[in-house]
Design a protein around this ligand. Structure first.
Ligand SMILES: O=C(O)c1cc(C(=O)O)c2c(n1)C(=O)C(=O)c1cc(C(=O)O)[nH]c1-2
Length: 249
């Protein structure tokens, strides 16, 4: 027997429940990061690997834009690319997007910028998880591609917790190096407002609703897998894969 069609409100509640059960705020690596339990090397490893996620988000969003059927929808989604890639700046002026702000974090942690941008030292688990997200958005129906962004419903809470926890616990972290996160507190709700409305309006059949819920579960897995990889390599048991970043002795 198949379950009944959900009302838009019940669909939203089911999506939120997935966040309660599966979002990466629950992962032990994040708990340790925010609770001051990591050393500087482990925080560096997190920032280095997460750069890959940051750097691929605009490509992921470009696939969404390419697949949206009308200019009004594309205009709305396009702002996400600008949030991360920044605007065109006059010669010599500082870049202003999320990727540039993430590089301030890796600079502040003492990582070499060219090395970070090369992504040569990231973990295979990071690369596979992030690439799986980009490919999912490229290949799956647009409804599922949009639904997979809805982890952002849960990110303002974790970002507030992360920023206050890291500033409290780590003397090598400053408000300037964590500046990446401040605009996310307003950008994420803006992004979610549109994506959630879209999903509630377009998931009209039982199968579509289940696909939307599965897309969000998939994305929670993408985030979770990145932290599993970090935990295994840099916390316990500490097996750094061949070719991945190791701190200088
Ligand atoms: O710091 C975080 O925990 C966190 C989580 C997420 C998320 O839930 O996917 C995003 C971000 N940050 C973020 O900064 C960001 O730009 C972003 C874009 C997206 C997306 O799927 O389009 N998620 C996230």
């Amino acid at each position: 027997m198949s379950a009944p069609l959900l009302s838009p409100e019940a669909l939203e509640a089911a999506l939120r429940q997935i966040g309660i059960e599966r979002y990466h705020n629950l992962h032990p690596f994040h708990r340790a990061l925010h609770g001051g339990k990591l050393n500087r090397v482990q925080v560096q490893a997190w920032a280095l690997n997460r750069y890959y996620y940051q750097s691929r988000i605009p490509a992921k969003d470009a696939y969404v834009v390419a697949r949206l059927p009308d200019p009004a929808l594309r205009r709305l989604w396009r702002s996400r690319i600008e949030d991360h890639d920044g605007d065109i700046q006059p010669e010599g002026a500082e870049q202003n997007g999320g990727i540039a702000r993430w590089l301030k974090l890796t600079d502040g942690l003492g990582l070499d910028r060219d090395y970070v941008v090369s992504t040569a030292g990231i973990l295979p688990g990071t690369r596979h998880a992030v690439d799986a997200y980009v490919n999912f958005v490229r290949d799956r129906p647009i409804l599922e591609a949009i639904a997979s962004s809805l982890t952002e419903m849960f990110s303002p809470n974790i970002i507030s917790e992360r920023v206050s926890g890291m500033l409290r616990h780590y003397d090598f972290v400053t408000p300037e190096t964590l500046a990446y996160f401040t605009p996310r507190l307003t950008q994420a709700p803006k992004d979610v407002a549109f994506a959630l409305d879209y999903v509630k309006e377009h998931a009209r059949t039982f199968e579509q609703q289940q696909a939307v819920l599965d897309a969000l579960r998939f994305k929670c897995g993408v985030l979770w897998a990145q932290l599993d990889a970090l935990d295994y390599a840099y916390v316990s048991p500490g097996h750094v894969p061949p070719g991945a970043w190791r701190p200088r002795a």
